[in-house]
Design a protein around this ligand. Structure first.
Ligand SMILES: [Ca+2]
Ligand SMILES: [Ca+2]
Ligand SMILES: [Ca+2]
Length: 541
């Protein structure tokens, strides 16, 4: 996704919960939750920009061989070692051939980007990741192709081209603005006609009304699933179909219908494949992308969807030291998402200013953000570098959200022996993996411990959530799965807090507890003492 879009969407959707109707009728009896029961439910994902992770050959571009060499950092596959981060799955930003540095405009869906390596390198990555128990999900960008894709060249060559209807053409300029930018145009001139390109003139939209396009997308998906990938992150998923300006450019009924068709196809090829939708909008519209959870466990449309509104609430709440917005958003999700839907919480991704910069590198706030993220239900995603508090680059462009990973304090940070494709983020001399490895108080160690706590607890990794306190500086909730209950409490503020919560338990076993936290259970009340920016994850007995 491109910069103007991400900036404007971020402005459009702040942390505000959509309120329930004023006179809300009694909730109808819900069908029993039908949760997603695959590896993806509860897995901890890690988003990787391959170009920025590790260069293996000194050309300054990260590549697949480099990523393979860093897999042990992410998860070495050995449960007896605890220095690895412990993530369960990777989301690779686009790895297909593309003329751009980011890869979101594909020219060949069957070819690995030569900057990243060969098809054989990709196969080796899959093998090496799977050997460590790491799943690999790749970005599938099919709303549009590159303007340089041979399909578009053929389509644009003549109105009578055999592929004319693979793209969206008009004989006149319909002048639909971009939904997020009144000055952005979506119809672009070519040889006396106009093609639709929602994101840019470099990215012509495929025409999903054309059956051959739908079949080709399904064929490509099957090809990569059979080659070993474990699922897809679906770029711009709400924009497949368009039938008019404004609301007609997103969330069309035909878009929902296609994703159901696509999901059924993917299940037929690889039943446990993960599908994660990028539907950057408000909570009720995101909720609709799960489809029917009573028909297929987790939903018959997209079983995982990024939670952009909650991400905004977490960052604003942690920054302000106030849990109110997070509590209200969690309550809204509970009444809006279909039963059994798996949320996908995250802090920021490659389209957003990095969380460390959003929180002004405040160590306590970064600690709180990590703890909130990794104690929430669903399938949390980390963005590479987040675990060490990597700053945004100094500029506001997308490249500055995607700078090379700093591995050590050397001048090129251990990322490359050559000239990095983009300058390193500020403070990389001190904010790097080596500096934080082995330090029990580092942010990196915190991420490791929180991920480890999640892995030993079914309630944390798969359970539901009931908010106990979501106002003022304290965010507290109960996570439950079967007979296991975990009380989660975060103090987002700069002052010590005490909290008395109605919790029926005799005692508690900490799965994770910051220094200085203490707790006491008696008479149906949990009494917690929480130092500034501390968290406690307590298994109740
Ligand atoms: Ca390279
Ligand atoms: Ca390990
Ligand atoms: Ca489209």
């Amino acid at each position: 996704m491109q910069r103007v879009r991400s900036l404007l969407i971020a402005l459009l959707f702040g942390c505000a919960a959509n309120q329930p109707p004023k006179s809300q009728p009694a909730a109808p009896a819900r069908t029993p939750p039908s949760a997603l029961k695959t590896w993806a439910n509860g897995a901890v994902f890690y988003e990787v920009f391959v170009r920025s992770f590790q260069d293996s050959d000194g050309d300054g571009n990260g590549d697949l061989q480099g990523l393979i060499s860093r897999l042990d950092y992410l998860n070495d596959g050995d449960a007896s070692t605890t220095q690895d981060l412990g993530v369960d799955a990777l989301w690779l930003m686009p790895v297909f051939a593309s003329p751009s540095y980011h890869g979101y405009d594909v020219t060949d869906y069957e070819k690995i980007n030569p900057d990243y390596g060969t098809g054989a390198d990709f196969d080796r990555l899959i093998t090496e990741a799977h050997r460590r128990g790491i799943k690999i999900v790749i970005d599938l960008v099919v709303n549009h192709t590159s303007v340089e894709h041979p399909w578009f060249r053929e389509s644009a060559s003549s109105p009578s081209s055999a592929r004319r209807d693979w793209y969206v053409w008009s004989s006149t300029d319909l002048r639909w603005p971009q939904p997020w930018n009144p000055n952005g145009q979506t119809w672009h001139p070519r040889k006396g006609a106009y093609y639709y390109g929602l994101f840019s003139s470099r990215m012509p939209d495929l025409n999903f009304h054309t059956p051959a396009v739908r079949e080709e997308v399904k064929r490509i998906a099957a090809l990569w699933l059979r080659r070993g990938v474990d699922g897809f992150r679906l770029d711009g998923a709400r924009h497949l179909f368009e039938d008019g300006p404004g609301d007609g450019q997103s969330d069309r009924p035909e878009t929902h219908a296609f994703w159901k068709e696509f999901a059924a196809w993917v299940r037929s090829v690889k039943p446990d494949a993960a599908l994660i939708g990028e539907n950057w909008t408000e909570t009720p519209a995101i909720a609709a992308y799960y489809g029917d959870t009573s028909r297929v466990p987790g939903g018959d449309e997209l079983p995982l969807n990024f939670d952009f509104p909650l991400a905004k609430c977490i960052i604003e709440g942690v920054r302000a030291g106030d849990a109110t917005g997070i509590g209200a958003k969690l309550a809204e999700m509970k009444r809006t998402y279909p039963p059994g839907a798996t949320d996908v919480p995250f802090l920021t991704n490659h389209d957003q200013r990095r969380v460390a910069s959003e929180l002004n590198d405040h160590p306590g706030r970064l600690r709180s953000a990590a703890a909130v993220l990794l104690s929430l239900p669903g399938t949390p995603f980390l963005y590479y570098g987040e675990e060490i508090g990597l700053d945004n680059g100094p500029e506001t462009g997308d490249e500055d959200k995607r700078t090379p990973m700093p591995w050590n304090s050397s001048p090129r940070a251990g990322f490359t022996t050559g000239q990095p494709w983009h300058e390193l983020a500020p403070r990389h001399e001190t904010v790097n993996v080596a500096a934080q490895t082995g330090d029990p108080d580092s942010l990196l160690s915190r991420y490791r411990k929180l991920i480890a706590a999640r892995h030993v607890s079914a309630a944390l990794s798969h359970g539901g959530l009931d908010v106990l306190r979501g106002e003022g500086p304290v965010l507290a909730f109960l996570r439950q799965e079967g007979s296991e209950r975990v009380l989660v409490a975060h103090n987002l503020g700069d002052e010590q807090q005490t909290a008395a919560l109605a919790v029926d338990a005799a005692r508690a076993e900490p799965l994770f507890a910051d220094e200085g936290t203490s707790f006491d259970f008696s008479g149906g009340t949990a009494r917690l003492l929480l130092p500034p920016h501390s968290s406690a994850l307590l298994r109740l007995r």
